[in-house]
Design a protein around this ligand. Structure first.
Ligand code: HEM
Ligand code: HEM
Length: 225
């Protein structure tokens, strides 16, 4: 079973994830409409590109934007969660070995202590992010079962990965559960709001273009609107 899951199962889940994200990206770009969005995407590509890159850069920089600075504790939780969520699936040594064996892809490997710290960081921040939704009235009112499901789906491979790492209980049982949960996560990415892994960049670029062109970026440069 492990062989199937780390062979064809891995190809299938990574394939669905990447092809699905590609389709989501194409649909997003096709759905753009300069009249409806009121963003002069193609009329001022240089100012637009500059605004897009600027917006993405400051939003992926911890404390880079006013909004990140307004809620420092949330910002720390968010970045601790996301550094592990992005780096562990790609760069954990156990994962890079499997990626190399199954797909021939060589990626750099994280030092085990750093990987452990990142994994614990994800779990601790996921607990806080969930508590935040449960406790703060302004977030609770916006939260649905779907939001909690996404948090659980994202944290599950980390919990089971660490159970394997520390060999708690039956290793082979938990490894199978871990790989199944990891693959469920990968497959659900394009179909759920986890598609933000790609769409974050597209929507930030879109808003950044608006700021770079119309809302300030080209002010005083004879812009018609
Ligand atoms: C480059 C990749 C990624 C980017 C740029 C990104 C960006 C974001 C942003 C901007 C938010 C909204 C934060 C807010 O509430 O203000 C978010 C939330 C979230 N992301 Fe990501 N993300 C990425 C990858 C991932 C991955 C790989 C996972 C899962 C393994 C993930 C899981 C989540 C979850 C569960 C939330 C919701 C947290 C909550 O309920 O408070 N993200 N992400
Ligand atoms: C999809 C296929 C996957 C396979 C085949 C796989 C396989 C493995 C293996 C073999 C280990 C090592 C267990 C040990 O130390 O003996 C591991 C650990 C781990 N995996 Fe995965 N995994 C997959 C997906 C994921 C995903 C998607 C995530 C997170 C989003 C994840 C997070 C972890 C974590 C946190 C650990 C433990 C990290 C540590 O050593 O500190 N895995 N995985």
């Amino acid at each position: 079973m492990v062989d199937w899951l780390t062979g064809p199962g891995l190809w299938l889940s990574i394939g669905v994830c990447l092809i699905g994200l590609f389709v989501r990206g194409v649909l997003y770009v096709k759905g753009l409409n300069w009249q409806l969005d009121r963003v002069a995407y193609t009329a001022h590509p240089k100012a637009g590109l500059k605004g897009a890159l600027r917006s993405i850069f400051f939003w992926i920089l911890p404390f880079g934007t006013h909004s990140w600075r307004a809620q420092p504790f949330m910002t720390v939780l968010f970045f601790v969660f996301h550094i592990g969520a992005v780096c562990i699936p790609l760069f954990l040594t156990a994962h890079t070995i499997i990626l190399k064996e199954t797909m021939g892809i060589s990626l750099m490997s994280l030092n085990q202590t750093i990987a452990d710290l990142m994994s614990w960081g994800v779990i601790i921040s996921a607990v806080f992010l969930t508590s935040r939704r449960l406790i703060l009235p302004e977030v609770r009112i916006l939260s649905t079962a779907y939001d909690y499901l996404i948090l659980i789906l994202s944290a599950a491979p980390f919990i089971t990965g660490l159970i394997c790492r520390y060999e708690i209980g039956s290793y082979s049982f938990f490894l199978i559960i871990h790989v199944i949960l990891g693959e469920i996560l990968l497959i659900s990415i394009p179909f759920t709001k986890l598609s933000h892994i790609l769409l974050f960049f597209l929507s930030r670029a879109q808003i950044g273009m608006d700021f770079g062109i119309k809302r300030g970026g080209m002010k005083g440069k004879g812009m018609a609107w």
